[in-house]
Design a protein around this ligand. Structure first.
Ligand code: AGP
Length: 635
């Protein structure tokens, strides 16, 4: 996700903003920028570096109007810092800064933040997604506003100007009232050079109080070097910062008192938001990641809004088969996708690992829809598979988390997951958001082909919309799962079994355990065990049975009895209506019930937690497991 900083005080702002942004680099980004507002400068910097936008006072500006200077650039923060010599000769004492993780619009100078309004009166930085930006942008264009970027954020800058009549706070409130989605904002106004306005709604934002002015930041690492005195803003709160005062307002504009807290984290703990590892932080972020990925795709009228897909109903009807290709966990989402898509679209769906697909002379052609799944968008085998598919005339639709990545840029259609940067090598929130994108594509195609009617679609989308809250509920079981996992910290082998969608999740559950705890683990179709692998089951063998597939529950229970009869210790994950399993197994993890097709999104969560906590008990290097890389860019 993006990073925001802001400073107002007695010192030069630019160096402090760059320092704060450097502390946010770990969050992942693709461009950076700062905006300053100061008294009218004697002269505007003559050597205007490229990618920099220095807006002198607008004609007819009031005497006290400041000058807004914006310096921004695609790429690493060091590129920006070099352009402005570390901010050495920028004297303004008020500014905002931003590191961008692209969601709308590829990484570029123009799409970098801060964005300014048409006249240069406002500059704004934003972390989050404005879900209704397209409608707002169309309206503003219709009113004659010219846009210079592809971002959703630029809409905010123009709304601020449109709603400004001299009252900075009032303009901010009026602009924000029109936004739908998630946003943390830092705003400058040329006519109020002694203030910063900041807003928080569903994206984190903190205020830091120092002896030398006040700061805002997306999270605490950016301010720790200057202060441990923090005010945590809540959703729909707005703050007006001056160098010697902080005023917080609620969503109705009434001033409120906020408690100041003293942060005792060290920097590395602060980067993980207080969690011990990025993996558990990202597991816990899944409700927000799911909501960010799902909600912009469901229109107000209950239809599916697919922003990155250019397929017409005729083209969709022309596909004779679908082929899902990916690696690792992304491949495991494809196994779920196969079951769900075939069930709903009645099209044959094949799923393959990219490293096999690319060399097996695959039977695909112009009547094949190839779906590529990748978090990084840079996995070498998956890129090669994409090119192989295109060479054979297939249509390629990709599900990617990194905007502008190689896979995204080479695909015919791209649907982004908005999980935010995933730092831990073991994927969790990206896997979960990839699942939801596959569900949405399945619903979309099935509905376009008339395989499901409006009522079915509404029912499925309603269940999809409930997933974030249901996952949040399951995450509250983390302490229990941590306690149970202590028992299995010394395993040498583990087996994950299930049928149908449960088997698809067993694949991911097994990989999660083995890649972070180094325990040998394998996933097996429960009905297949008796054809060989059951010979490995003996006294004390640990077996996890996923039994959430309603129609196959009794069959899976038979398989549980099979392994129990041979001495296995069995943990079962099942829905909370299945109270009859208690006597049959050793450990039970109950999860809520939802539409059968969406159960993978729920049952994977306790498995992510199990893998994490067993690895924690074994003191493994959880975020950077041995021999693994976050993105495998080699064959
Ligand atoms: C999953 O935990 C692993 N990190 C790995 O299997 C990963 O899913 C695979 O390498 C694919 O990566 P991608 O999604 O970035 O293409």
């Amino acid at each position: 996700m993006c990073g925001i900083v802001g400073y107002i005080g007695n010192s030069a702002a630019a160096p402090l903003l760059l320092e704060g942004l450097a502390k946010l680099e770990y969050r992942g980004y693709d461009s950076a920028g700062i905006a300053l507002v100061g008294k009218p400068s004697e002269k505007i910097k003559a050597e205007k570096p490229d990618g920099c936008d220095i807006v002198s006072a607008t004609p007819g500006a009031k005497a006290n109007q400041g000058v807004i200077e914006i310096y921004k650039s695609k790429g690493r923060l060091s590129i920006l810092s070099e352009k402005i010599r570390g901010g050495a000769d920028l004297t303004a004492n008020v500014g905002i800064g931003h590191t961008r993780w692209a969601t709308h619009g590829k990484p570029s100078d123009e799409n970098s933040h801060p964005h300014r309004s048409a006249s240069g009166l406002f500059a704004v930085v934003h972390n989050g997604i404005i879900e209704n930006y397209a409608a707002l942008k169309a309206k503003l264009i219709n009113e004659g506003v010219e846009f210079v970027s592809e971002t959703d954020t630029e809409v905010i800058a123009h709304l601020l100007e449109k709603n400004y009549n001299g009252d900075f706070l009032g303009a901010a409130r009026a602009a924000v009232s029109q936004l739908q989605g998630s946003y943390a904002l830092g705003i400058l106004c040329a006519e109020h050079p002694d203030e910063i306005i900041a807003v928080r709604n569903s994206s984190p934002l903190v205020v830091g109080l120092t002896d030398n002015g006040n700061v805002i930041a997306s999270d605490i690492p950016a301010i720790l070097a200057h202060t441990r005195r923090v005010i945590q803003l809540s959703d729909n709160e707005m703050v007006r910062l001056r160098k010697d005062s902080v005023e917080v307002y609620d969503s109705s504009g009434f001033p409120i008192n906020k408690k100041e807290i003293l942060v005792d984290w060290d920097v590395s703990s602060a980067e993980r938001g207080g969690y011990d590892h990025f993996m558990i932080k990202e597991i816990m972020e899944q409700p927000q990641a799911l909501a960010a990925t799902i909600s912009p795709r469901i229109g107000a009228d209950g239809s599916i809004v697919l922003d990155g897909i250019n397929l017409t109903a005729k083209q969709l009807a022309g596909f004779r088969r679908i082929c899902i290709v990916a690696c690792g966990s992304a491949y495991h989402t494809g196994v779920v996708g196969k079951y769900v898509m075939e069930k709903l679209t009645r099209l044959p769906v094949e799923v393959d690992v990219a490293s096999e697909f690319r060399y097996r002379d695959p039977l695909i052609d112009k009547d094949t829809l190839v779906i590529i799944v990748s978090q990084s968008g840079e996995t070498a085998d998956t890129i090669a598979a994409l090119r192989e598919a295109k060479n054979r005339g297939a249509r390629v639709l990709s599900i990617v988390n990194v905007v502008g990545s190689t896979i995204a840029s080479e695909s015919d259609d791209v649907l982004y997951t908005w999980a935010g940067p995933e730092i831990s090598v073991a994927t969790t929130k990206a896997y979960s958001t990839q699942l939801t994108m596959l569900y949405i594509i399945a619903f979309y195609i099935a509905h376009k082909l008339g395989r499901i009617d409006d009522r079915d679609l509404r029912r499925l989308l309603s269940a999809l919309n409930r997933l974030p809250d249901m996952v949040a509920g399951i995450l509250r079981q983390a302490p229990d799962i941590k306690r149970i996992s202590q028992r299995y910290a010394y395993l040498e082998h583990a087996y994950f079994i299930g049928r149908n969608l449960d088997y698809a999740v067993a694949l991911e559950a097994s990989l999660k355990l083995k890649e972070v705890s180094y325990i040998h683990s394998e996933a097996y179709p429960a009905g297949e065990l008796k054809h060989g692998t059951i010979s490995l089951i003996e006294e004390g063998t640990f077996v996890v049975a996923l039994a959430c597939c309603d129609k196959l529950f009794e069959k899976t229970m038979s398989n549980i009895k099979e392994v129990k009869a041979r001495g296995a210790e069995v943990m079962v994950v099942t829905t909370d209506d299945r109270r009859d399993v208690i006597s049959e197994v050793d450990q039970i993890i109950y999860i809520p019930k939802t539409n059968d097709l969406l159960m993978p999104s729920l049952e994977v969560v306790p498995m992510q937690l199990l893998g994490y906590y067993i690895s924690l008990a074994r003191k493994c290097d959880i975020d950077k497991p041995r021999n693994l890389a976050k993105s495998v860019t080699v064959e």
